[in-house]
Ligand binder design. Structure first.
Ligand SMILES: C[S@@+](CC[C@H](N)C(=O)[O-])C[C@H]1O[C@@H](n2cnc3c(N)ncnc32)[C@H](O)[C@@H]1O
Length: 285
């Protein structure tokens, strides 16, 4: 296993990392909007309700992802097979994975303390605290060594069986993604699996437009369902928004992502689910 060292980033103080994360100019937003923003205190509090109202295909993608993960963990020869979730949010995937395995360990990494707190509470409520560990980090500024140092409490072998990342990378540039894919690759054991669930664009522009339209229409429906549901919600206090898809998301062309994974050294890169912009990619080390 190659573990790359990037000491300058590794040793950057946490407050400085946090500042870099927050450097986007948000001065025009009021405090309430900022708190609701993904993934501030209100945004984190709303996350599970909003996620539960997403179109069925999102649940389908998570289900496929988690079945692949559970299967790989069950087949692993490691006594405590480990899965690392980059951008774990409130650990909905972690909960599903741990509920269906007996000895697996779940590592969740996220830069939002609010999301991590909810993730920890959720797994603790379900008696899964001992099999989970969380780390508050920006995945753009960590490397494999830094991660192991952060997770040192777990005292495990320095390799993971599976790395996942769901809906956390589509805001970033390909160069930033290459860094994250490198971290995943370096941490994985030989034969380990990387499962990436995210939004991707298409190389044919008319196909890309249709996929974006699908997302915009579906998120409109999700917002309507939230407003019409028993859950008390107005269009102002959900994190779901059409503009998130049209203006803020930055999905890259799926074939470019595959090329990037191959460039990083992954093998047998395969698309196991695709609908609208949503896709699940599987790659082996
Ligand atoms: C849409 S949520 C998805 C959460 C979870 N993976 C799921 O599918 O339910 C995106 C998550 O990625 C996290 N995230 C985004 N950028 C990140 C970064 N650079 N480093 C660490 N976490 C990040 C956010 O804080 C948020 O919790």
């Amino acid at each position: 296993m190659t573990i790359c060292m990037r000491p300058a980033i590794l040793h950057r103080p946490k407050s400085e990392i946090a500042n870099r994360v927050l450097q986007v100019d948000r001065s025009h937003l009021c405090a309430e909007k900022l708190a609701l923003e993904p993934f501030g205190p209100l945004g984190a509090a709303r996350y599970d309700v909003d996620a539960s109202r997403m179109p069925r295909r999102y649940k389908c993608a998570h289900k496929i992802q988690n079945e692949l993960v559970i299967n790989a963990l069950r087949k692993s020869s490691a006594p405590k097979p480990t899965v690392l979730d980059l951008g774990c949010g409130t650990a909905n995937d972690g909960f599903q994975i741990l509920s269906k395995t007996t000895s697996a360990i779940y590592f969740g990494l996220d830069y939002s303390s609010h999301m991590i707190k909810r993730a920890e509470d959720k797994l603790a409520r379900h008696g899964l605290k001992k099999r989970s560990l969380f780390l508050e980090r920006d995945f753009r500024f960590v490397d494999a060594c830094g991660l192991w140092a952060g997770f040192k409490k777990a005292n495990l072998a320095r390799q993971v069986s599976v790395v996942i990342s769901a809906l956390a990378l589509h805001h970033y540039e390909l160069a930033e993604k290459l860094h994250v894919y490198t971290v995943a690759y370096d941490l994985l054991q030989k034969g380990g699996l990387f499962v990436l669930t995210d939004l991707f664009s298409n190389s044919i522009s008319s196909v890309a437009d249709l996929a974006l339209l699908k997302e915009s229409l579906d998120v409109r429906i999700s917002i309507k369902r939230l407003i019409g549901s028993k859950v008390t919600v107005s269009s102002n206090n959900t994190t779901l928004s059409v503009s998130h898809y049209t203006d803020e998301n930055h999905p890259h062309i799926l074939s470019d992502e595959i090329e990037l994974l191959l460039k990083r050294g992954f093998e047998n890169v395969d698309v196991v689910y695709r609908h609208g912009q949503l896709g699940v990619i599987c790659a082996a080390k």
